[in-house]
Structure formats: structure tokens, C-alpha cells
Design a protein around this ligand. Structure first.
Ligand code: UDP
Length: 240
């Protein structure tokens, strides 16, 4: 295999739902441990690592809206959910694989984690700590995908790794259509023009403006995170 590009600093984005495993809600012990091991493998390659985790396993904006909660409030509740996930992931990374990890929240929560301060986040990464960015962008009407692209740009990341249910971007839903084909390479404009469900449009635009490649791969395959950074294993890469 040809050696993949050398990544100095990357950001992994995964949804909150991925943390549930087969459960209906919350966190699955196996999934958390596998995530910690996958992060440790990448950390051992000397790659500086940032994480952004969604909140869908705790609260969903649409469910709250259906319950009569006003939109912005529902979004703030969603952001708090991402802090809960960040703390779970921090704890399992530190206990299971022993890598110092910092949670930095876009909404200051002094008793629970650090506030997000860009230069301090960079310092943590330089010292080899894993940094988990929590509470999204800190603003309602945004998503954790956009937060991932924003933080990746601020941190000067070499790539955004988007861990999904399947191992890349397909021409149709591979779980339903056996003829669906995985794309090896797409452009940002392909994704936007064809409305491919990779990340939301503002996240794609932000990544494009900062020329940060997005690599889509399966979060369920153990070790896939390190493999795709070596240019191996199935994935889709999105560039200019
Ligand atoms: N959210 C927000 N602003 C942000 C990031 C997240 O308001 O910058 C809220 C929004 O309500 C969203 C929820 O937090 O639905 C959880 O994030 P997301 O849906 O992106 O999580 P995922 O689907 O990745 O689990």
C-alpha cells in the first residue's frame, strides 16, 4: 500500500447516535471503549486529535419541538446534550487508554469543563492532549457538523474525519439499494449541488473556504480511523 498523506492534526466528528450502539438512548460501553481505542491508535501515530460529538442520543431538537419547546431553547438543550457526551468520552478515553483529554465548551460551564479558548486549545493539542469541543458552536440554529468545520478551521486541522454509519458516500442508500456505489472522491461542489447527505451545507462551505478535506468513513469498523489516515480501507474523500 502507498503511504497516505501525513496528517499532523485532525478532527473527528461523530454523531451522538453512534454512541448508543444498539440501545435506544444514552451510551453503550462497547462503543465508548472502541472509540477510545481508535483514538489511541491515531494518537500513537503522532497525530494531534480533536473530537466533536453530536447530541442525538440525549436530546433531539425535533422531539423537543414536538413537545412544545421553543426552537432556540430546544437547540440550547441539544448543545447541553453534547457536553454530556463529551464528558462520557473524556472519561472513557482517560480511564481505558490513559490519554490526557480536555473538554472545552462553547458555553462556559466552569465547574464541569474548560471554556473554549482557541489559543489554549492549540496548546493542549501541542502537548499531545486530545481536545473534545463541546456545546457545538454555542449558538442555536447551528449543528455539530458546522461546529466541527469551524473548530477544524480554527485549529488549522489537515482533515475532518466524518465517522458515519456506512463506509463512505454512496450513490444511493447502500442498506436499501444493492446497486449503490461508493464514491472514492467527490468535490465540495458535488456534495452541495447534489445535496448529498454528508454534512450540512454550512459545514461543507466552511470546510471548502478553509480547504480542509473531509474524509467520510465507518465509525463502526474497529481501527478504521487509523487506517483511513494511512490512506487504507474504504472511505470517500471530499476536496476542491
Ligand atoms: N446545536 C445547536 N448549535 C450548535 C450545535 C448543536 O443548536 O452549534 C443543537 C441542535 O439542537 C442540534 C443538537 O444541538 O440538534 C445536537 O447536535 P446535532 O444534531 O448536530 O447532533 P448529532 O445529530 O450529530 O448527534
Amino acid at each position: 500500500a502507498t503511504p497516505g498523506p501525513r496528517f499532523r492534526r485532525v478532527l473527528l466528528k461523530m454523531s451522538g447516535e453512534a454512541l448508543m450502539g444498539d440501545r435506544e438512548f444514552g451510551h453503550d460501553r462497547r462503543v465508548l471503549r472502541q472509540l477510545a481505542e481508535d483514538c489511541a491508535a491515531v494518537h500513537a501515530m503522532g497525530v494531534q486529535l480533536c473530537l466533536v460529538i453530536g447530541g442525538g442520543n440525549i436530546v433531539r431538537g425535533s422531539t423537543l419541538a414536538a413537545a412544545g419547546v421553543e426552537r432556540s431553547t430546544a437547540d440550547y438543550m441539544g448543545m447541553l446534550g453534547t457536553v454530556i457526551n463529551a464528558l462520557a468520552v473524556q472519561s472513557v478515553i482517560e480511564q481505558h487508554v490513559g490519554i490526557p483529554t480536555r473538554v472545552m465548551s462553547a458555553i462556559p460551564m466552569a465547574a464541569v469543563c474548560e471554556p473554549y479558548i482557541r489559543r489554549r486549545a492549540v496548546r493542549h493539542l501541542e502537548k499531545g492532549r486530545i481536545v473534545i469541543f463541546a456545546a457545538g458552536t454555542g449558538n442555536p440554529y447551528f449543528t455539530t457538523d458546522t461546529a466541527a468545520a469551524l473548530r477544524a478551521a480554527e485549529m488549522g486541522c489537515d482533515a475532518i474525519l466524518k465517522g458515519t454509519q456506512v463506509d463512505g458516500v454512496y450513490s444511493a442508500d447502500p442498506k436499501r439499494d444493492p446497486a449503490a456505489e461508493r464514491y472514492d472522491h467527490l468535490t465540495y461542489l458535488d456534495v452541495l449541488a447534489r445535496d448529498l447527505k454528508v454534512m450540512d451545507a454550512s459545514a461543507i462551505s466552511l470546510a471548502r473556504e478553509s480547504s480542509i478535506p473531509i474524509i467520510v468513513f465507518s465509525v463502526h469498523a474497529p481501527g478504521a480511523f487509523a487506517r483511513v489516515l494511512r490512506g487504507e480501507g474504504p472511505h470517500t474523500i471530499i476536496t476542491e
